[in-house]
Design a protein around this ligand. Structure first.
Ligand SMILES: [Zn+2]
Length: 402
């Protein structure tokens, strides 16, 4: 793989945030019936020639309308599961019908009804995933990037998604006790206004749950005791401080911890979109940190270290292209391995090396294609362009010196 290609990809991705669209308007939700009614306006839309606007395939669109609220646009839609399984891509044809037209603001009205899977006996073994708008009978869980519950602009030519939004929206949910929109404080109410000027991915988590606050962080539906909240807060702070000191980059903001159950029997995963870390499983969620079993605890800490590292690779620095996910994951894992060696001990570190099968890859790096990819990912990406401190750190006592 040509190094200059990677450079190019990184340079393209460095244009991120030059112009983030703003989402305004309101959305009504029922967690009991799975209904979503949205009435949004997208403003500050960047000028993009070849674009699509993603919205979940479960939505019926009433209109895409002019900003002045005077007429509805003619729209076309595409479905390309290579780009996203979950959403249709909408666009406005221009007068010739051959090119696309994109105004600087657009109104959207759409509605959808989604399955509410409250009865575990009738749930599939698998069939929940990050891009699912999930109603589990108590709550709705939706990420922003993948589910497309709000309009996500996509620049086809540069492979850039504008899922991080400034916003000022009203969320109403009459059968909810609490509502959280990523980047704002959760509320105990059936209706609330969520407003933020810095762009953020709008994860939505609303329904019948409690939340707590400790050391600046919010804990949604985690069922952690006050003592446990303190302990998790302490560990997170320690990990964040470690990354901050090694990277010389301030850690963004306080984490919001969310636990919820999947709408399938066996799926379990965590995802992070700052400031939220969302844990989806039928198990105890963040309580696993307090299991008797030392191995469970160590595993959980390593997991947390990986997720926290995604602030730097995933939020602070984003990668596009088909290889973007590989960069993001490899860097986050690399940082978490450094952390586990320094803070959790040599044994925890060795275990994770073995678990990842890294040992053999590293030992045979010149011969092994996979390891070459890893090598490129971890060492050769010229991170010094953007993050000189990280580059110095990678060279100074990196994994490969073992
Ligand atoms: Zn990850």
């Amino acid at each position: 793989m040509d190094k200059s290609l990677f450079l190019l990809l990184l340079l393209i991705s460095s244009q991120v945030f030059s112009q983030a669209p703003k989402l305004t308007g309101n959305i009504n939700i029922s967690v009991k019936t799975g209904v979503i009614d949205a009435n949004f306006k997208l403003e500050n839309i960047p000028k993009i020639k070849n674009y699509l606007i993603y919205l979940n395939t479960g939505f019926n669109i009433q209109y895409l309308r002019s900003e002045a609220n005077t007429f509805n646009y003619a729209t076309r839609k595409e479905y390309n599961p290579d780009l996203t399984d979950e959403s249709f891509g909408y666009y406005l044809p221009d007068d010739t019908g051959k090119a696309k037209f994109l105004p600087s603001a657009l109104r959207f009205k759409y509605t959808g009804k989604f399955p509410v899977i409250a009865d575990k006996k009738k749930a599939s073994d698998r069939g929940d995933w990050k891009g699912n708008i999930a109603f589990n009978g108590k709550t709705i869980r939706a990420d922003g990037l993948q589910t497309g519950w709000y309009p996500v602009l996509y620049d086809v030519d540069t492979d850039k998604k504008y899922h991080m939004m400034a916003h000022d929206i009203v969320v109403k949910c009459e059968d909810c006790r609490s509502i959280y929109v990523n980047g704002s404080e959760p509320i105990s109410a059936q209706e609330g206004r969520f407003k933020r000027d810095e762009p953020v991915e709008l994860i939505l988590f609303a329904g019948d749950y409690d939340f707590a606050q400790e050391s600046g962080s919010f804990y949604l539906n985690t069922e952690l005791s006050p003592m446990e909240l303190k302990t998790l807060g302490k560990i997170s702070s320690e990990f964040k401080r470690y990354y901050e000191s090694k990277l010389s980059l301030a850690y963004g903001e306080n984490i919001v911890y969310v636990h919820t159950t999947p709408v399938s029997l066996e799926n379990a995963w965590l995802f992070v979109s700052f400031p939220a870390i969302v844990n989806i499983s039928h198990k105890k969620g963040f309580k696993e940190l307090f299991n008797e079993d030392e191995e469970d605890k160590a595993w959980f800490k390593q997991f947390l270290a990986h997720e926290l590292a995604h602030y730097y690779f995933g939020t602070y620095r984003k990668f596009n292209s088909a290889l973007g996910d590989m960069f993001t994951e490899s860097f986050a894992e690399y940082l978490s391995l450094k952390l586990s060696r320094d803070l959790l001990g040599e044994q925890a570190y060795e275990k994770n090396i073995d678990k990842n099968g890294l040992e053999s890859m590293l030992r045979h790096s010149p011969q092994c294609r996979a390891s070459n990819l890893l090598w490129i990912t971890v060492i050769e990406i010229p991170t010094f362009i953007f993050m000189p401190h990280l580059y110095g750190w990678l060279l100074n006592g990196s994994l490969v010196k073992r």
